[in-house]
Design a protein around this ligand. Structure first.
Ligand SMILES: Nc1nc2c(ncn2[C@@H]2O[C@H](COP(=O)(O)OP(=O)(O)OP(=O)(O)O)[C@@H](O)[C@H]2O)c(=O)[nH]1
Ligand SMILES: [Mg+2]
Length: 364
């Protein structure tokens, strides 16, 4: 899973990136305005993995991971005239979801490119740039498809797909022209696949993070109104969270308690990202390794096998499954087996969040 951090210049993107990745990238009061990307992988915090690891005492414990990309270089006006610069656009488009950082704190020592602090306005400025950029992408692609049709340069099979794509893009265009993000549109899986390789940005699920500075505001609705599909809002105390992320876990716990913060920003943002992207975890366990894996909600046992290795999906026979809570309540896998809590499931079984799974397979 890759999450791209976007926001206006000096909106505190790098601060949030550091908070999420325990990073030490320098943050500055003045924005350089250059295209600059920082990348880091982060373990997904999941207390269930710690507990399973204690139970099995494996040689290796592997957590699911998320990659954060801190993308600088967006500003007002950038989406007009043919859209975003190709490199910047690709940097944004390669992510599964976008984390949009918006400044929501006053501090005279930190300049604001729009002079005043106004989260609603800032949210809309960047939104508009991305919508304009998508509109440029859609118009360019429509032109290309029309030329291909006029010149009949495509093979018949390809022509059918292109016609479908054209119909879909013709639906996108007025929607974008009305100033709305593409993620508001209901798309079938087939439709989503048709435009997957176009560098569209507003089609991506978006998590808006309001940096509230040192104010303990937890309800984003008190700051902005932003009602879109596949969109979640959260508040973070940016600088504070960054400092917490850079502490030892013991110090961090004490600090969180002192400030009345119930969940560290890192955990909160990852949790929301999972919700936003419709993801969940399942586990594999053993003396060798306890490991967390990420799959979409609704994925089947054979999908889970495929997440581990394509061979496991190909040679899939059965999945041996136990719910996390049942395993913990039993005390051990052997006990759980004795109690008859391990189930054998077939290919079509819908995996539940926290399932502990062992795949039986046969590849010849
Ligand atoms: N008072 C206060 N200042 C903050 C907070 N979070 C970040 N800042 C300051 O805001 C300034 C800009 O932060 P950055 O994280 O560098 O912003 P950015 O969006 O990465 O900037 P560019 O990449 O240059 O566009 C820095 O001086 C930070 O110290 C906060 O919670 N409170
Ligand atoms: Mg930065």
């Amino acid at each position: 899973m890759q999450i791209g951090i976007i926001g206006l210049p000096n909106s505190t993107k790098t601060t949030i990136f550091n908070a999420l990745t325990r990073g030490q990238i320098e943050t500055e009061a003045y924005s350089s305005g250059k295209l600059e990307i920082h990348t880091a992988m982060v373990d997904v915090p999941d207390p269930r993995v710690d507990i399973l690891s204690k139970m099995f005492n494996p040689r290796k414990t592997t957590r699911a991971q998320v990659q954060y990309n801190d993308i600088a270089g967006l500003q007002r006006g950038i989406g007009e005239k043919g859209g975003l610069d190709g490199t910047l656009l690709n940097q944004i488009a390669q992510n599964d979801a976008l984390l949009h950082v918006v400044r929501a704190f006053e501090d005279e020592t930190v300049p604001h490119i729009e002079e005043t602090v106004d989260p609603q306005r800032d949210l809309e400025i960047l939104d508009t740039e991305l919508i304009l950029s998508d509109l440029a992408v859609v118009e360019r692609r429509l032109e290309r498809l029309q030329t291909a049709r006029a010149k009949r340069i495509s093979a018949p099979a390809e022509r059918d797909a292109q016609l479908k794509e054209q119909t879909l893009l013709q639906r996108f265009k007025p929607h974008l022209e009305n100033g709305l993000p593409l993620r508001d549109l209901e798309l079938s899986d087939d439709e989503a696949r048709l435009v997957k390789n176009l560098a569209l940005t507003t089609i991506k699920p978006q998590l808006v993070v309001l940096n509230v500075g040192d104010r303990a505001i937890t309800d984003p609705a008190t700051i902005v109104r932003y009602d879109h599909k596949k969109t979640l809002l959260a508040t973070l105390q940016g600088k504070l969270e960054m400092e917490i992320a850079q502490m030892s876990s013991e110090d961090a716990r004490a600090f969180l308690a002192e400030y009345g913060i119930t969940e560290a920003g890192l955990a909160k943002v990852i949790r929301l990202s999972y919700t936003l992207l419709g993801l969940q975890a399942f586990f594999t366990v053993g003396d060798d390794e306890v490991r967390a894996w990420t799959i979409p909600v609704g994925a089947t046992a054979v999908d889970a096998a495929g997440a581990i290795h394509t061979d496991l999906a190909r040679g899939f026979i059965r999945a041996e499954v136990i719910a996390y809570a049942d395993l913990i309540a039993s005390g051990s896998l052997a006990q759980a087996r004795q109690r008859g809590l391990l189930r054998l499931e077939g290919k079509e079984y819908i995996v539940q969040d926290g399932d502990v799974i062992s795949i039986r397979f046969n590849v010849s």
